[in-house]
Ligand binder design. Structure first.
Ligand SMILES: *Cc1c(COP(=O)(O)O)cnc(C)c1O
Length: 852
């Protein structure tokens, strides 16, 4: 038998990875050596693996530059409508391999690195993740940037260049410990600082009301310095821009008025201003009303809108003639990623009314036609409600504007529903119970022409539940845009074996049109194809097992079912339900050690928000259960439990292709969409899940019989809420559940601290908002069905193929096409930017332009 192909060899085989070409290889090797020498100032004797990474990164970057300049020039010349994606998070992960793939350079780079006697994967591992996000919301923004560039949209991502991204998670004694993510320590080859485009952002101060209109005065100024990162489209010569703002103190900071004489202290205090972009808030689906966070939200908004308006004013079409903002909504679409950038609505009104002197009604009409808002959650603890007091101090003019927007809005409601005081109260932008707060979702709905949810079920819930009054008022405003993922990173990059196999079967066009995966249905009964799909999965599992052994010294059984549950740790995502299943399996093995058992490796991973006590206890419970299970000789090779430390984008790329069974088990009605679910489906895992979020549409696409669906539906949950959820009932009725709970309670998994998990037990019985026990029985039965199928590898793999074939809908290219045509009023194009300039050609071109 032939030796299995190495990744190196696999990458060579197929042309989606680009042409090896002798010329390309020579050029890349030359670039690599030049950068090692001139940029890194090293020779091969002293160069470290990190130097080699940087040398390659700079070489690949050189291939972006000409395309980047040309794309931006092309946008200036043709002046299309621009799309601005405003987000407090961009969870980008690594850039090197993604850039090589999208430029078609991967094969040439692989060959070059090989010829230089280096290992590409070692080199890639040196890159820090750009972890400027928490989870799904931030990763969605990153997938959207890839798709917008691939679809040729004149789009920009705008956000904050956090100096520290999402913390690194270590597990010590089974507990989560956080470490600062100093991701810029060694420099970032993918960004270009643009100090020449620095802009001021104002805070605090007061409002003066002279004849000509309101004036915001006596403010404190912080400067916003842009850093641009190139976003290459897939094989279309387009390179868009992600512009992230970094906070800088003005050079006269604290030196003018008060601190005269204390120069040293004034310089030290520059940190106060620069702290604005210091660190990403590590909460997922949770609102923390801190002043610094509000400063961050306004920082990105204020800097971005100045940039947007400058670009509008200096555009080729509008310059020359008299300045008019009438065409603004024809030239600018701004998408708000959740309410985090909601202050953009009053900020644009402030610019129009106070600075550009538009009348209020005109300004409001233009503003509404410019913005669209995406809602990402219905969990009440996640909805932003900023105290009026805080806004009054930090952004006094904006608070006035919000009040005026609210006045007109409530007048309108009152004219339609004159007697309905409760409706007026419910729909107000200002909540009055307790301290006064601004409901930012209400502000976004009122200030946008479109509001969307992120999966069908979620969009229906926002229409009929949390935003019902608003959808009764303006039903046409409410839309659905089911989330998606980019097939470049989440298939070509992370699973080259599967990507190639698919390309051999149906050609390469599926990469840009994922609906073509349907063609795989013709191969469901093709024995050779079934074997190949199964082989790719086995190879991926083996590779992941080797990674775990090398990095963490843990050995797992690659012949076992890899049952994977990776996502942020949250009660609504119900990692606890999974944990109860693990203990149930353990008890069954102990009770009957000689019975047949389908071997499993349960892998759970994810970060808990540092302030989320219950989530941290859940991690400790899982690691404690793992300790018992993994060290019990009776269990042997049948069951292993792994807590996967520091789950992040680059680790998702490793574990997802190696997964057999994907856990998507949130309480129905709580997970807006999920995108992890889609990544697993595309990579040949089967889903065990509830009818929640995009799972519903996955089941619709693949057929419900091709997923392991269990548990309550949204209606069942609502009914149970009415009747009252009684956890004790399930405990009494289900002996296996009772045993599991009694064990946790008795300290079986924490013998030195028997009381350790009593808060979890108390929660499960007395205030479990997510009804873990109610789905226990059906979940266990569903897991047994998965076991039965897994015993028949051929039938299992057929179901995998049906799932991959049905996953085309979940490309973010489809999602972005829907946003473009149904919200932004722009058309995706196949149009190619003028042909690429190779680095050498580009220099000559620049020289010609400068008439050198
Ligand atoms: C996709 C992704 C998520 C979102 O996962 P869900 O299961 O949808 O919550 C979170 N973190 C990382 C690193 C991801 O890649």
């Amino acid at each position: 038998m032939a030796a299995p192909l190495t990744d190196q060899e696999k990458r060579k085989q197929i042309s989606i990875r680009g042409i090896v070409g002798v010329e390309n290889v020579a050029e890349i090797k030359k670039g690599f050596n030049r950068h090692l020498h001139f940029t890194l100032v090293k020779d091969r004797n002293v160069a470290t693996p990190r130097d080699y990474y940087f040398a390659l990164a700079h070489t690949v970057r050189d291939h972006l530059v000409g395309r980047w300049i040309r794309t931006q020039q092309f946008y200036y010349e043709t002046d299309p409508k621009r799309v601005y994606y405003l987000s407090l998070e961009f969870y980008m992960g690594r850039a090197l391999q993604n850039t090589m793939i999208n430029l078609g350079l991967q094969n040439a780079c692989d060959e070059s690195i090989y010829q230089l006697g280096l290992d590409m994967e070692d080199l890639e591992e040196m890159e820090e993740d750009a972890g400027l996000g928490n989870g799904g919301l931030g990763r969605l923004a990153a997938c959207f940037l890839d798709s917008m560039a691939t679809l040729g949209l004149a789009a920009y991502g705008y956000g904050i260049r956090y100096e520290y991204g999402i913390f690194n998670q270590r597990i010590k004694d089974g507990w989560q410990v956080e470490e600062a993510d100093d991701w810029l320590r060694h420099g970032n080859p993918w960004e270009k600082a643009r100090p020449e485009y620095m802009l001021p952002v104002h805070y605090y101060g007061r409002v003066e009301e002279p004849e000509e209109g309101s004036k915001w005065v006596d403010t404190q100024v912080v400067l916003a310095m842009p850093y641009d990162t190139p976003i290459p489209g897939y094989m279309n010569n387009t390179v868009n821009t992600m512009r992230l703002w970094s906070a800088r103190a003005p050079n006269d900071f604290n030196l003018k008025d008060f601190n005269v004489g204390d120069y040293i202290q004034a310089v030290l205090d520059r940190n106060l201003a620069e702290n604005i972009s210091r660190v990403l808030y590590p909460n997922d689906n949770f609102f923390e009303g801190k002043e610094l966070r509000l400063k961050q939200e306004y920082f990105v908004v204020a800097a971005t809108l100045q940039d947007v308006i400058r670009r509008f004013k200096t555009s080729k079409m509008s310059s020359g003639g008299p300045l008019s903002f009438d065409t603004f909504p024809d030239k600018v679409a701004i998408q708000l990623n959740d309410t985090h950038p909601a202050m953009a609505i009053p900020e644009l009104m402030r610019i129009f009314v106070d600075i550009e002197k538009l009348d209020w009604d005109t300004a409001w009409d233009i503003t509404k036609r410019t913005f669209a808002y995406t809602n990402h959650t219905v969990l009440p603890e996640a909805l932003e409600r900023w105290p009026v007091e805080l806004l009054e101090t930090l952004l006094p003019r904006h608070l006035q504007i919000i009040y005026r927007i609210n006045q007109a809005h409530l007048d309108h409601i009152a004219s339609l529903f004159p007697e309905d005081l409760d409706r007026i109260r419910r729909m107000s932008l200002i909540e009055e119970d307790g301290g006064k707060r601004v409901n930012m979702a209400h502000l976004c709905i009122v200030g946008s022409h479109a509001v969307n949810g992120v999966a069908e079920i979620h969009s229906n819930i926002i229409k009929t539940d949390i935003f019902r009054d608003f959808s009764e008022l303006e039903p046409d405003k409410f839309q659905n845009k089911t989330n998606g993922i980019t097939p470049r990173r989440w298939l070509l990059l992370c699973n080259p074996g599967l990507a190639d196999l698919i390309a051999e079967a149906i050609g390469e066009d599926y990469v840009k049109d994922l609906s073509q995966l349907q063609k795989l249905n013709e191969f469901v009964d093709d024995d050779a194809f079934i074997r190949d799909v199964s082989k790719v999965k086995q190879d991926n599992k083996l590779k992941f097992a080797q990674y775990l052994e090398k990095e963490y010294k843990v050995k797992i059984n690659p012949a076992s079912m890899f049952d994977v549950h990776v996502k942020r740790i949250h009660e609504y995502k119900r990692q606890l339900l999974n944990c109860l299943h693990i203990i149930t399996m353990y008890n069954r093995i102990k009770k009957n050690p000689n019975a047949a058992f389908i071997p499993r490796t349960v892998i759970i991973g994810g970060k808990a928000a540092p302030g989320y006590h219950m989530a941290k206890m859940i991690i400790k419970l899982i690691t404690s259960v793992a300790d018992v299970v993994n060290n019990d000789p009776v269990v042997g090779n049948k069951l292993r439990v792994i807590y996967l430390e520091n789950y992040r984008v680059s680790l998702a790329e490793k574990v997802i292709p190696a997964t057999d069974l994907s856990e998507q088990i949130s309480t129905a009605g709580t997970e807006a969409s999920g995108t992890g679910n889609m990544k697993f489906m595309l990579n040949g895992a089967l889903t065990i899940g509830t009818m929640d979020g995009a799972n519903v549409e996955m089941a619709e696409e693949a057929g419900e019989e091709n997923l392991f669906i269990f548990g309550m539906r949204v209606d069942d949950v609502a009914e149970m809420d009415k009747a009252g959820y009684d956890a004790m009932k399930y405990y009494k009725e289900l002996p296996e559940l009772k045993q599991v709970i009694d064990q946790i309670k008795s300290g079986f998994f924490s013998p030195r601290q028997p009381e350790l998990f009593k808060e979890i037990i108390d929660m499960l019985f007395n205030h479990d908002r997510f009804k873990v026990f109610a789905d226990f029985e059906d979940y266990i039965k569903c897991q047994e069905r998965a076991n039965v199928l897994y015993q028949d590898q051929k039938e299992w793999t057929k179901m995998v193929i049906k799932n991959i074939a049905a996953s085309g809908k979940f490309s973010s290219d489809r999602t972005i096409t829907d946003y473009a045509t149904e919200i932004w009023g722009v058309e995706p194009t196949d149009l190619k930017i003028p042909p690429p300039s190779e680095p050498r050609e580009a220099i000559e071109e620049a020289a010609r332009a400068l008439k050198l």
